[in-house]
Design a protein around this ligand. Sequence first.
Ligand SMILES: Nc1ncnc2c1ncn2[C@@H]1O[C@H](COP(=O)(O)OP(=O)(O)O)[C@@H](O)[C@H]1O
Ligand SMILES: O=C(O)[C@@H](O)C(=O)COP(=O)(O)O
Length: 421
Amino acid sequence: MLLGAVADDLTGATDLALTLSREGMRAVQVVGVPPADFDFGDAEAVVVALKSRTIPAAEAVSLSLDAARAILSAGAEQIIFKYCSTFDSTPEGNIGPVAEALAGLLDAPLVLACPAFPANGRTVYQGHLFVGSMLLSDCPMKDHPLTPMTDANLVRVLQQQTKLPVGLIPYSVVDRGGEAIAAAFTEAETKGDRFVIVDAVTEDHLRAIGRAAADMKLITGGSGIAIGLPENFRRAGKLATRKADTTFAAPAGRAAILAGSCSAATRRQIAAAIAAGVPALKIDPIAIAEGNTTAAGVADWLASAGHPHPLAYSSADPDEVRSAQEKLGRDRAGGLVEHLLAEVAITLRENSFSRLIVAGGETSGAVVNGLGVAALRIGPEIDPGVPWTRSLDGGSPIALALKSGNFGADDFFLKAWDQLK
Ligand SMILES: Nc1ncnc2c1ncn2[C@@H]1O[C@H](COP(=O)(O)OP(=O)(O)O)[C@@H](O)[C@H]1O
Ligand SMILES: O=C(O)[C@@H](O)C(=O)COP(=O)(O)O
């Protein structure tokens, strides 16, 4: 193993594993901290998917350290801490505390932080995160049910989560390439910075940052930050030049879509699916709390919907989410939906469903944990950051498209199936 990664949610891990596999590494995604005797096979990159984005910071730190130790002892030479390209976090963390703890474990004097993912419109300029043409704080992430993002200034956001000094490596340096960036790392370290937000607007910037970070033990960011890393191993003669392995066989069986993401993108995808005639059942967290909506009922509805890929969704607009949260509390509302959709997935698999699209990072975490899947193989890309995956264990095989809430074109729920034909 050359590269090991700790990802703070399931869809984020899939996104990163896809990037590494596209860049020619044999990548495997593991769900949860792998046990000491876990067989990573011939993987050159391993991404450990945690569900640590919104749990208490101390728990996130402890899980992330365990995950990092597991991949280090399996031989990883460099560690990526993968978080969301929209820097999803709260004032308490968990990006700062986890990055700090991993830096301690790895004895890393300077930690770079760069969530840029240009293919999905996330760019960082003067330390400010843009989503398309909007500042992060103006985009729909301001209404996220669990991690509303209301400040686009990442130096300020990260500085709130750590006592260690946070600096910036601006566009004017990054645009000059790898050597200038490496010199800026040294300068930042000398100045006493322990974290640096690094601007990046294009994939060329990310490749240059990757090159400059060749000797860093710890790298943090979105999946984009990994684009330039495999080449470092190739240059060092440790990684063969090969094309991404795209062979993928999805198990035959019935299909369904489960959506727990409330993002604007997922809501557009649901609207497009409904407009195209996909039967859709809306799930209300209050009805779950009152016992009027059950997993068995939702699974029955999906099984008898008479369509190749029916949809069950709890996705709702910000006003509806706010109203459910006022009645139930933020965590209970989210937890009820996550638990229900995980139970639905379990029941579906028992009833010969073997192809699922799941929308939402936390939602995917709940579903994959519910299904008891411990590892995933990465298949073909549906849209930037979202591949089909196939369970490697945990009962009868299942094809899963774990879609980050924010990712995917409007027709994602319609077109994704074409790749399984
Ligand atoms: N109608 C709703 N009201 C309140 N919370 C909801 C509702 N539907 C889903 N949720 C919760 O919102 C969270 C969405 O997070 P996630 O699945 O990570 O989506 P995303 O990928 O868009 O961030 C989950 O915890 C989910 O259970
Ligand atoms: O970096 C990203 O945007 C994604 O890989 C990601 O982390 C997904 O998180 P969710 O939006 O919560 O699915």
